[in-house]
Design a protein around this ligand. Structure first.
Ligand SMILES: NC(=O)C1=CN([C@@H]2O[C@H](COP(=O)(O)OP(=O)(O)OC[C@H]3O[C@@H](n4cnc5c(N)ncnc54)[C@H](O)[C@@H]3O)[C@@H](O)[C@H]2O)C=CC1
Ligand SMILES: CC(C)CC(=O)C(=O)O
Ligand SMILES: [Mg+2]
Length: 374
């Protein structure tokens, strides 16, 4: 089959890690007889530099005509250090999520058996940890009305959610839990926030009426942040709003040993975008030291989204082999001599001999709209 992928590499390490994901997809194409074509679009700081707009209309068109979007990262210190900048790279990513209707962001987190001693957390706390974070992606405080008073002394960001926005991602999270350990934890701040109380009411009703077989429990986000590192194995599927999900998923990346391992799928009713959870890590730009695995595993989720589960598993299998053989960047092994490209090449070469891989890992399917991810 032929697939058209919109490629938005972005800023900082985005292009370097996305390049490795592209190479991996091309290897998958060779091994499994598919053709992936890539159409590149500008986004983020580079798009501002070239067009004045962090998300040019042409980029949206490229995404709309693709079968899926592969995204690198955006962000640049010249904006991070200038709070007065009116046009910012991050606006490009937020607008893209909204324009494509990507209301659910799935972030798989696990402790890899071969990396248990790479995490700063104790092995006996993390062994077996395996969760999916369902983060709402197009609502909440990141999208609410912003206000700065004329004298610059008062500011506000509105956090707003509707029943519809909550119920559509909640159903996705419950569907995922059905195929796993049948537990959903709603993370909120319902002791303080009206929006969180709405989340509780809506999610509780859906659980009772539609998913009686799923255990639903609740955690306040401050406690959840602590539980995440105290006892991460208690979590199966976490369901939460936009900002809480952003924060606790970076925290959860410590379980695996590096944020450079964490992939994500952003999906809605019609489109899918696949990106690492990390940002543009500008300190590493051009140094060939960034871990490409988050981007490569995002490509695996993209394959699942296209219905190519065996191909997605081949990528995950190759990643597992690289990790087991110590073919990792310096974030996972300070003595490593492998760079971004070497790790990507190793994984790509393994995939090209895919018939030798046992593409039969113990991954569980997750129902995600019309498609299935692992
Ligand atoms: N989805 C996106 O494009 C995101 C963009 N950002 C933007 O990225 C820029 C930098 O933000 P930060 O807060 O520094 O977050 P960041 O995720 O870029 O980096 C934080 C730290 O994580 C580690 N790290 C990140 N990616 C890694 C990789 N592939 N391999 C090894 N280590 C890695 C590094 O230690 C780094 O110092 C900002 O402009 C921010 O707005 C931040 C988060 C997400
Ligand atoms: C621009 C930010 C909202 C991106 C981010 O931190 C994320 O999606 O994880
Ligand atoms: Mg984030």
């Amino acid at each position: 089959m032929e697939y058209k992928i919109a490629l938005l590499s972005g800023d900082g390490i985005g292009p370097e890690v996305a390049k490795q994901a592209v190479n991996v997809l091309e290897s998958v194409g060779k091994a499994f007889g598919h053709t992936f074509t890539f159409e590149e679009g500008l986004v983020g700081a580079i798009a501002i530099d070239k067009t004045g707009n962090p998300l040019p209309d042409e980029t949206i068109k490229i995404c709309l005509r693709g079968d899926a979007v592969l995204f690198g990262a955006i962000g640049d210190p010249k904006y991070d250090t200038n709070p007065d900048a009116k046009v910012r790279p991050e606006q490009g990513l937020l607008k893209l999520r909204k324009s494509l209707g990507l209301y659910t962001n799935v972030r798989p987190v696990k402790a890899y058996p071969t990396l248990l001693d790479k995490s700063p957390l104790k092995r006996n706390r993390i062994e077996g940890a395996d969760m999916l974070i369902y983060r709402e992606l197009t609502g909440g405080i990141y999208f609410g009305e912003k206000h700065l008073s004329e004298d610059g002394k008062q500011a506000s960001d509105l956090c707003s959610y509707s029943e519809e926005e909550i119920s559509r991602i909640a159903r996705m999270a419950f569907e995922a839990a059905k195929l796993r350990r049948k537990k959903v934890t709603l993370v909120d701040k319902a002791n303080v926030l009206e929006t969180s109380r709405l989340w509780r009411r809506v999610v509780t009703k859906i659980a009772k009426e539609e998913y009686p077989q799923i255990e639903l429990d609740f955690l306040f986000v401050d406690n959840a942040a602590m539980q995440m590192i105290l006892d991460p194995r208690q979590f199966d599927v976490i369901l939460t709003e936009n900002m809480f999900g952003d924060i606790i998923s970076d925290e959860a990346s410590v379980i695996g040993g590096s944020i450079g391992l964490l992939a994500s799928a952003s999906v809605g009713d019609e489109h899918g975008l696949f990106e690492p959870i990390h940002g543009s890590y500008p300190q590493a730009k051009g140094k060939n030291i960034a871990n490409p695995i988050a981007s490569i595993l995002s490509a695996a989720l993209l394959l699942d989204y296209l219905g190519l589960n065996e191909e997605g598993n081949a990528v995950r299998e190759a990643v597992d082999i690289a990790l087991a053989n110590g073919v990792v960047t310096s974030d996972l092994d300070e003595h490593s001599t492998y760079g971004t490209k070497a790790v990507g090449d190793y994984i790509s070469v393994l995939i090209q001999s895919a018939e030798e891989l046992v593409v039969n890992l113990n991954h569980q399917n997750i129902s995600l709209g019309q498609s299935t991810i692992i």
